[in-house]
Design a binder for this molecule. Structure first.
Ligand SMILES: [Zn+2]
Length: 234
C-alpha cells in the first residue's frame, strides 16, 4: 500500500461490507487510508412479495445501522444505492455497471474490495461482475488492485458447487481490529444471528482465527486477489 490510498468497498447488501472486510477497513482507516463504502442494493425488500410493501421505517433503521457500522470502522463515507435487494439479476447488468462507474468517477479509488463471484447469493455475483466491467484496465485506469472477500453464510454455503470457488491468497492481520468488526456487525441488530449461524459473533471470531492460523496471525480476513496493475512510475 502507498502512503494514502483511496479504498472503496463495493458491497451488495447492508452488512456484507462488515462481514467481508470490516477488520481490514478499520485497520486501513487507522493507518491513514481513506476508506469509503458503497452498498448497491437497498436491503431487506426481498423479504416482501412486492418491493414496495417494505416497511419504510425498518428500511430507514437498516440504513442508519449501516451508518453506525461505517462509523465504527472509521469509514470516511457511506453511499447507499437503491438497486433492488436480492433481485439484482432482474436489472440489466449495464445498469449496475453504471452505478459502479459513477462511484469510481466520484471517489477515484486505487484499491477496491468487493464480492467473490462464486457466492450462493445472486447479487454478490452481479456486483463482482459489475466491478470488473467498470474497472476494465483501459489506459489511465486508476483502480490498481481489486480484492474479493468472502461473506459468511453465502460463500461457504455454495459448498464449492458454484465456480469459481473461493481461493484466498491474501491474508490481512486483523488481530487489533477484530473486536471493532464484531461491534460494527452488532450495529445491524436485524441482520445478526445466534451461533452456530455463520453471521454470529462467535462464528466470525472462529473464521478470523481460522484464517489467522493459515497465515500465522492471531486473526485474519482472507481475500482473493482478482488483479493488480503496476504502471510504470512517471
Ligand atoms: Zn449479501
Amino acid at each position: 500500500m502507498r502512503d494514502r490510498e483511496s479504498v472503496l468497498v463495493v458491497a451488495a447488501h447492508p452488512d456484507d461490507e462488515i462481514l467481508g472486510c470490516g477488520g481490514t477497513m478499520a485497520r486501513l482507516a487507522n493507518e491513514g487510508h481513506e476508506v469509503r463504502i458503497a452498498i448497491l442494493a437497498e436491503g431487506m425488500t426481498s423479504r416482501y412479495q412486492q418491493r414496495d410493501q417494505v416497511d419504510r421505517k425498518q428500511l430507514n433503521d437498516l440504513h442508519s445501522h449501516a451508518q453506525l457500522a461505517a462509523d465504527k470502522v472509521r469509514a470516511k463515507e457511506l453511499v447507499l444505492c437503491k438497486l433492488p435487494d436480492n433481485r439484482m439479476d432482474t436489472v440489466p447488468l449495464l445498469e449496475v455497471v453504471k452505478v459502479v462507474e459513477e462511484l469510481l468517477e466520484r471517489f477515484r479509488p486505487s484499491v477496491i474490495y468487493t464480492h467473490h463471484s462464486g457466492d450462493l447469493n445472486v447479487d454478490h455475483g452481479v456486483v463482482h461482475r459489475a466491478v470488473l466491467t467498470a474497472t476494465r484496465p483501459v489506459p489511465g485506469q486508476r483502480a490498481r488492485e481489486i480484492y474479493a472477500f468472502e461473506v459468511p453464510s453465502s460463500t461457504e454455503w455454495a459448498f464449492q458447487r458454484l465456480e469459481p470457488t473461493f481461493r484466498p491468497s491474501v491474508f490481512v492481520d486483523i488481530s487489533a481490529t477484530l473486536d471493532t468488526k464484531i461491534s460494527a456487525l452488532a450495529c445491524y441488530d436485524t441482520e445478526t444471528r445466534e451461533f452456530p449461524h455463520p453471521r454470529s459473533p462467535e462464528a466470525l471470531r472462529a473464521i478470523a482465527m481460522r484464517w489467522g492460523s493459515v497465515a500465522g496471525f492471531q486473526a485474519a480476513e482472507a481475500f482473493e486477489l482478482i488483479r493488480s496493475l503496476r504502471p510504470a512510475i512517471t
